[in-house]
Design a protein around this ligand. Structure first.
Ligand code: ZN
Length: 247
């Protein structure tokens, strides 16, 4: 009897763990207990309140040699502006792509130098990751990023303190608009249909040109942009989106 009860409570325990895991996956905006307060304070931006059909396409983890070049060609073909959250280490590797992103009118945000989880880093390491990347972007484009996107979405008090003091905005994304495009094997058509299905004014759409599946992400834009335009949507950079939000 004792054994049976124990076995049962173990299985309840594991069901609980599984449920917590699934909840964290589905509601990753709650990764940090203070997330709700930071969103209310507008320290962290994950969407904009607006009735206008405007959204921001955002691309992470690049630049990557082929994927980013193909993506830029597609954005140019459709005359759509986007925001690129670049990693400092890759920006150093592909400086011409960084220059091209800026020259073609897209916004550049900071996505750290080496993509560590910031919840496991001390303040000094966080500052170093951000400032090193800011300097690389500034040297290549003459622009200092105003947006920072935390790698993996991990937030910490040290990061929030630093961004508040340095006039940086933490650029999150709208959780319904995470198509998991970075997963190897996810096709362009599926990425596009996920986004079209969940579209709402003021959303920040997260995508990844810097991952191995990034060519499918780029191709998805060739389907997505004309489709959303036919529904009346416009594509703006994330800073423009933030500026046009209702106060
Ligand atoms: Zn990333």
């Amino acid at each position: 009897m004792f054994f049976i009860i124990k076995k049962r409570s173990i299985s309840i325990f594991f069901t609980g763990i599984l449920f917590i895991g699934l909840s964290a996956g589905a509601y990753n905006l709650a990764l940090h207990p203070a997330m709700k307060d930071w969103v209310e304070e507008k320290v962290v931006i994950n969407k904009i309140d607006t009735d206008r059909k405007i959204v921001a396409l955002t691309f992470d983890d690049g630049p990557e040699l082929k994927n980013t070049a193909v993506l830029l060609d597609i954005l140019k073909k459709h005359n759509a502006k986007a925001t690129f959250f670049l990693m400092g280490a890759k920006a150093e590797k592909y400086p011409m792509l960084v220059k091209r992103i800026a020259a073609e009118g897209h916004e550049i945000g900071n996505h750290s130098y080496s993509h560590p989880d910031f919840n496991k880093k001390n303040k000094e390491a966080i500052i170093n990751e951000i400032t090193k990347t800011d300097e690389i972007i500034y040297k290549l484009t003459g622009q200092k990023p105003y947006l920072f996107r935390p790698p993996g979405g991990y937030l910490s008090y040290a990061l929030v303190d630093y961004t508040k003091q340095n006039n940086l905005t933490i650029a999150y994304w709208t959780y319904q608009q995470d198509s998991k495009d970075w997963r190897t094997g996810v096709k362009a058509s599926r990425i596009a249909s996920h986004i079209v299905k969940h579209i709402q004014p003021g959303q920040i759409i997260i995508l990844h040109d810097g991952c191995p599946n990034g060519l499918e992400t780029a191709k998805a834009m060739d389907i997505l942009i004309p489709k959303l335009r036919s529904e009346g949507y416009e594509f703006v950079t994330m800073s423009e989106l933030i500026k046009s939000g209702n106060k």
